[in-house]
Write a protein of this length. Sequence first.
Lengths: 466, 265
Amino acid sequence: MRPEIKEYNYDWMLWRILDPASRIADGSLKELDLAYRYVPYFKGVLDPLLREGLPGRLFLKMINTYFENLHTAHAKGKKIAITTFCFSPAICYALGVVPVTLEPLTALGGLMWKRGTFDYLDYACEMGFTETSCSSQRGALGAYLAGLGEEIDFLLCDTPGVCDTNANAFAFAAAFLDKPFYQLNYPQTLGDNKTDNYHLADYKEMIRFMEDQSGKKLDLDRLRQVLDEVDKQDELISDLEDMQRLIPNPLPPMYNLFNYVGRFLFAGMPEYTRLLKSMVDKAGENASAGRSGLRSGKEKRRLFLCYIDHYSLNWNFWQWLDDHGIAHMGSILSRGFRDNVCYTEDLEGSTYSVDTSNIDTMIDSIAQMNARLPMVRSIRGPYDQPNMWLDESLVMAKVFQADCIIYNGTPGCRNTWGMVKPFAKEIEKHGYPVHIMYSDAFDDRIESWEATRERLDEFFKIRGLL
Amino acid sequence: MITAGCDVGSLTSKAVLMKNKRIIGSYITKSRVKPEVSAREAMQGALQQAGISEDQITCCVGTGYGREKIPFVNVAVSEIACHGKGAKWLMPSVRTIIDIGGQDCKAMKIDASGKVIKFITNDKCASGTGRFLEVMARVLGINIEDLGRMSRKAKTPVILASTCTVWAQADVIKYLNSGYALEDIGAGINTAMANRIAILANTIKAEKDISMTGGVAKNEGVVTTLSKTLGQKIKVARKADPQLAGAIGAALFAEEHKTEQGGQQ
């Protein structure tokens, strides 16, 4: 790692960019232009966000608040826990714990710096990770392993039996950092009472662990408050997804990212609710006017991403979609499987509900919500639903009327990369053109954005989509 | 006593002749298909330079990729051992050696006596090796020697796929077609190379003094970027061509071998 990178903590550097950025976001165009003169490299990062209007500004402020919370946590007597995008942070907020969700933090580095998280990715390898380990954790985690992040108090993950690469990264980190660690463990089946009971018992045990680590008892009023907020958020997400089905889709491509980053960092917190509300309002305006959310206003194609997005500098991927008139119909990251969503009719038993009547129903609600986070659902493929990824992708493509499907992930993703070719063949049989991106969503050194973009161009042209 | 070291690598073959631990002849040539032909060519060149004949050599040690195929050696010794010894001779203060060969790269730590105490080799394909730079120079249409100098002139080095040489090559072609400055592409290539090597060096916890051996040690772009990445100066050997390190180590082993044999008799 270059010595200059070690001068400041990774999460501090991100915050130092986001804090002034969120302040100038409310400025006039003249003030913005002046600011860009001093930070020309960040124009590409900030401009696309601000073009989204209020939702873009609220997104920026929300992430800034997240980093502010992280950096003031210990001073406020709060604990910090490393966790994953497969795990809902709502329980952390109920217990006053600040979550460090690794994957969005890695993505932010890739979106904001040309160098991405290269130094941290490599540092993790130098400490013992393999280069084929998942880059989504490795980027941000490398910084924390190097001591270049806020001091971590404990780790939480829920990926054993879901994603071994992810689970191993957390186990490695816990041993390396010598910190307490709790892993929720999922049984091989899904949707039966035995599994639900097992998961609930495991989740309760995790709460006890969190109480021990944080020194705070779970406050029922606080838990209810968090779940009420989750309820509002789920309602807004459901509205967004309903509108997303319209032709043209009134949601701008970046809304998909806003949605899941908010959920991974701020589920159950009012900052995320405000963001979602602004997105619903803006998308609603577009919908009433019959307008596409794309800048051009013309929707040429509708794309469903069967896994994740591509986190290259300056929001390259979303810009590319927008420039080409391609509407983003979501990815596995944006789906929550709440009982009010539009895509679960054909997916019996896949949803969860929120019931705040008493402590048991609340813990059950939050545990069930957790069991529907990305990877835990969809990619897992339990014994009783081995074709889950395929089945759910087909349902999403049908419900959201996608014209094509793209896979993007990381070579470290055993669960998807390892089976994506037969998966793609199956999807093609249903009439959807499929493109497999061989890039790494978090590391442009695997395939440069220039090469990725060219392959995307080829796919859309050759398959007659554009 | 004249001893010889012959290092047959995947890209180049090197021969060194030493007398009283001083080089009296050396030669570097491109490796041929058959290691024995490469070895013969390198040794003939070194003999010619020293002005001696083959029968004057007391002992010859072979090393490198093709060491088992060299017909005229007395003993074959591993590359890592030879590079450690050769690097120590080139720079007595060295403790960490980064050797970049044609098809692999290695980082090793040696003790004060020159004994290798820790080493690691690359776990990936050609990226991070001399072959990577050779392929890239060919795509850029420049001499490999000129590639190193490009980092100095670059303004915004490009980001390059660095896990796979073929993909990196495709990237370079795309950048060329898109009109990127040649210097920025060259610097991107050197940076990609340096970053891959840095992982190895950091894995064994590189300690001062650090030196590079192998042909890539002559690429100032890689050396400078690697120094920056590691935060430690990489010293470049001046005593002799760093590309000869393996062959020098082999010649030194030949002397030891002969001395040991003499002692036993």
